[in-house]
Design a protein around this ligand. Structure first.
Ligand SMILES: Nc1ncnc2c1ncn2[C@@H]1O[C@H](COP(=O)(O)OP(=O)(O)OP(=O)(O)O)[C@@H](O)[C@H]1O
Ligand SMILES: [Mg+2]
Length: 250
């Protein structure tokens, strides 16, 4: 379970989050949608404690803490001066990269975890490359590996396919779905690519005007979301037709 209670955050005189609340089921995969500049990235950063809120709280699963959160930043945000290996190792060693200065046992454990995660995203051979030598899709796979290497119980993915071509976007989305099935972190994924996002998620949260304007399944979205949410979605994704009320014959 991840519970977000009544979050408020503003920048200057712009109120970005104005009472955001929701609770997610353990191991669920959820989509966070909404207009650009609406506060989706700010919300994920507040959950990951990389940005403060002015009011409200974030409550994790029993026994979990912010150390159990993996965040894939918008645009990937890799460290360009570090190898792929060191980028992925970064969260495991508290930023102490290169890992050569660490005790041997720690180094070996890190090597095992980073190696198996890089293999999982198909990038083992690229371990010693610099991010600048990789394609956009490969860089995103490195970011995904970095977010998952610590086996987080909560996974936050900020627009993982933005700026990628259709093939690379599909590769990343398929990988996310497969890895979610394997590791089962409670996941929140932001995307503007609703055609790819909505078929993958169990539930949709729509952030509009600083609050969660809709929280439910894709089927409910077509049926009962506010008109402005439905029209936002239907410009980008063909919603299933709402189920008509049965006609009762006398
Ligand atoms: N560090 C900051 N300083 C000042 N303003 C900020 C900061 N971070 C975010 N904002 C503002 O908060 C608002 C919400 O930004 P945010 O990046 O969360 O939107 P978003 O929903 O993720 O947009 P997009 O879909 O384009 O990624 C924007 O107006 C942005 O300019
Ligand atoms: Mg954003």
């Amino acid at each position: 379970m991840l519970r977000v209670n009544d979050l408020y955050r503003s920048f200057g005189d712009r109120s970005v989050l104005q009472g955001v609340s929701f609770a997610l089921k353990p191991a669920s995969i959820n989509g966070l949608i909404g207009p650009s500049g609406g506060g989706k990235s700010v919300l994920l950063k507040i959950i990951a404690h990389t940005c403060k809120c002015e009011y409200g709280s974030v409550i994790f699963d029993k026994g979990a803490s912010v150390a159990d959160v993996g965040l894939m930043f918008q645009e990937g945000a890799l460290f360009d001066s570090m190898t792929v290996y060191d980028n992925v190792a970064f969260p495991l060693v508290g930023g102490k990269v290169p890992t050569t200065s660490l005790p041997r046992e720690v180094r070996e454990e890190v090597c095992e975890k980073v190696g198996s995660m890089l293999a999982r995203v198909g990038l083992l051979k690229a371990a010693s490359k610099m991010p600048g030598q990789l394609s956009g899709g490969m860089r995103r796979r490195v970011s995904l590996a970095r977010a998952l290497v610590g086996r987080p119980r909560i996974l936050l993915l900020d627009d993982p396919t933005s700026g990628l071509d259709p093939v690379a976007s599909s590769v990343i989305m398929d990988l996310i779905v497969e890895l979610h099935k394997e590791y089962r972190p409670t996941t929140v994924m932001v995307s503007h690519d609703l055609r790819r996002l909505l078929p993958c998620v169990e539930r949709v949260l729509a952030l509009f005007d600083g609050t969660i304007a809709f929280d439910g399944s894709v089927a409910d979205l077509a049926q009962s979301a506010p008109v402005f949410v439905r029209s936002f979605v239907s410009c980008r994704y063909e919603l299933p037709s709402p189920v008509a009320e049965p006609i009762v014959l006398e």
